[in-house]
Write a protein that binds this ligand. Sequence first.
Ligand code: 5AD
Ligand code: SF4
Length: 465
Amino acid sequence: MDRGEMIVPKEEMERQARFAREVRLLPHRPQSYHVVTYGCQMNAHDSEKIAGMLEEMGMVPSARREDADFVIFNTCCVRENAERRALGNVTWLKEVRKQKPDMVIAVCGCMIQEPGMAEIILRQYRFVDLAFGTSNMHKLPEMLYETLNSGKQNVNVEDRDVIAEDLPVRRLRQDAAYVTIMYGCDNFCSYCIVPYVRGRERSREPDTILREVENLAASGVKEIMLLGQNVNSYGKGLPGNPSFAELLKRLDGTGIPRIRFMTSHPKDLSDDLIGVMAQGKNILPQFHLPVQSGNNEILKKMNRHYTREQYLDRVEKLRAAIPGIGLSTDIIVSFPGETEAQFEDTMNLVNEVRYDSAFTFVYSPRTGTKAAAMKELIPEEVSSERIGRLIALQESLQKETLKRFIGQEEEILVEGMSKRSNLAVSGKGRHAVSVTVEGDEQDIGQILKCRITGLKNNTLIGERI
Ligand code: 5AD
Ligand code: SF4
């Protein structure tokens, strides 16, 4: 597909904006909405766009889903339990609607784009009014307009691999914003369904991203999180093949105080990027670098295209260039055929790297992926024992790694009141570690300078300076 076909034309976006105005004028339209989000940051940002469109249609947010006139589930399908939870909650709402017959129920996101799912919704979930995939999201105004007028179920998963610019966004936070830089993934890790549901890699134009970030900076946003399934391969297919390192350098020049990004694939983590981070002014000293496994044979079966040694080399380079950098990772245990010794390799790697945090998952077979055809599934008892050991190891190491901050200065962006005390606020430091410090509601959204004085339950305690 060439770029011209990929970017949704301006006329189509304007047509959708007209449908949004038409929905607003309908006397029987929903007045309130509630978005339920599952999964990753990419989905969280899609939900912000959905909320933006619904507000353009005149709806106001409702805190509880059972009170809303329009309820939309933005789903994830990366693991089976995410999918089961979403479907369970959709079915529960069917019961709630018996008391509220005008409620409109919609399901969107990755799960809807799984092969066969559209048919399942059409046949087994007839009470769902609207269903659409990630590439059809910009058509929500038109789809809702049709459903409200016809009363018929509307399922749309046809479009693939598009980039829809300039959708309205209702941000979850005023002080921090997500900025998508690329969509889709071409890596086809053997366990992962993302390339099948989010389509081929496609990058947004650097100038468009720059403009967006400049506007965010001008409106007082203090932190941006650049999003992509593999930000390190940003730029493929764009004129001049700009790299992620170049983009990051340009964004650093906008003066936005804090820049983060995720996710990175170790095979594409370049020395240039490390250099830009080391010299950057506002790029935060933190890196999410999913390792998935510490064993070379498993990495090969996972189709990850790096070895344990190459991964450790990247970690070493990052640490040498950006002293004290905060590292986090994703790990899958019990990939098909994983032996005890291979699992031990993952444990050793965790012991060696010493991450500030790790997201750990038990392998979940996903229909259509290469790994789903692999035999030798690991029994559940073995998996839960392994993940238990891994979590315990990570927790004990985390206590040690976080001690390096004690006595140091940190700047935190305050996210909200502390859950443990109404005289304290909490937020993330530049290294992405949570810090609690004395404060009140007026501090929310502000950057505070503090000195770290202690550590309690894996949260750093700070003192304002
Ligand atoms: N089973 C378990 N974990 C998975 N992930 C992706 N696919 C699967 C799967 N089939 C994990 C990976 C990825 C994170 C977002 O989810 O660790 O980095
Ligand atoms: Fe999935 Fe691998 Fe792409 Fe990440 S890089 S989204 S794990 S296929």
